[in-house]
Design a protein around this ligand. Structure first.
Ligand code: NDX
Length: 256
């Protein structure tokens, strides 16, 4: 049966960190080409409807850790922390896989990015799940540790902001519509990338709560992946809408 190989965790986490830096270098100047940054007149056969694409892409991030958790033998009963933390990760991806895609009104998603996105979700789902189920060890009172409680709080806050902002974006369109409008309300009052801000806060909260290398690597990856994207969204809005709110920032309220 499977066991913990600390060097595997170290290697996979380092590669995740390296991928984060690669993303940063690739997408700081030019945005990743999906959604509002996709080139016009892209071949329609190279795309999949947003619903299928997000479902397929995000499913492994739910399934892989959920299966690792369910199939571990002997079942991991001690300590509680690992299972709880693994469930938090799965909870986010339950939303992202089974709820978000069915309501999205997004444009069809490029197959090429879908392929890399799916690979990424398998990789990260395995890393986070494997670490928490087979490697992590927490003291029995971890649930009262300040890292756990403050991290959990940030995770929940970030998730709330992320889901609320996803909802506000969706409501900008009627079914079938593909136009872009100025997002209003919630944290969009302060930043163009409110959904991204929520997601970043969420994964840094998760990293603090698990206090683990894989989770910090993933939080860093998220920052490098959607941080630049928030900046490109912001530039797109400023260029497209002359009446775009002047005080609005790109990603971090009042700061940047
Ligand atoms: N999926 C994470 N890298 C990614 C997909 C892309 O979950 O090759 C990372 C995720 C992947 C990426 C994933 C991994 C790395 C990839 C990358 C592509 C290239 C990159 C593979 C897996 C790569 C290397 C080099 C390392 C191999 O029509 P539309 O679609 O634009 O409509 C949008 C709509 N909307 C508006 N509607 C009306 N008016 C407006 N003004 C509107 N603005 C937007 O709202 C969408 O339907 C919807 C949301 O759009 P947008 O652009 O704000 O968010 P989006 O980027 O689509 O993300 C959706 C949610 C969001 O909550 C975000 O936080 C979360 O998913 N997310 C997204 C990306 C990554 C991620 C989380 C994470 O890293 N944790």
């Amino acid at each position: 049966s499977m066991q913990c190989f600390p060097s595997l965790v170290l290697a996979l986490s380092s590669l995740l960190g390296a991928l984060a830096l690669l993303q940063l270098s690739l997408y700081l100047r030019v945005p990743s080409r999906y959604g509002k940054h996709e080139e016009r007149l892209c071949r329609p056969q190279g795309r999949l409807p947003a619903r299928c694409a997000w479902f397929v892409q995000e499913l492994p991030s739910f399934l892989v850790p959920a299966l690792l958790l369910a199939l571990r033998s002997p079942p991991r009963l001690e300590p509680l922390g690992c299972r709880l933390l693994c469930c938090l990760f799965c909870w986010h991806y339950f939303y992202r896989t089974f709820i978000y895609p069915f309501f999205t009104r997004g444009r069809p998603f490029p197959l090429q990015l879908l392929f890399f996105g799916t690979l990424f979700c398998i990789y990260n789902g395995f890393l986070q799940g494997y670490y928490l189920i087979y490697c992590a060890e927490y003291p029995n009172d971890w649930c009262t540790d300040i890292r756990f409680t403050s991290g959990l709080l940030l995770f929940l806050l970030g998730m709330g902001i992320n889901i609320h902002s996803d909802l506000l974006l969706r409501q900008l369109r009627k079914p079938g519509e593909v136009t872009y409008k100025i997002p209003q309300g919630g944290l969009f009052t302060y930043v163009s990338g409110a959904n991204y801000f929520g997601e970043i806060v969420e994964w840094f909260g998760f990293a603090i709560a698990t206090w683990s290398l894989p989770a910090f690597a993933f939080a860093f990856f998220t920052l490098c992946c959607i941080g630049p994207r928030a900046y490109h969204h912001h530039r797109y809005y400023l260029k497209t809408f002359t009446d775009y709110p002047k005080s609005r920032k790109a990603l971090i309220p009042f700061v940047f």
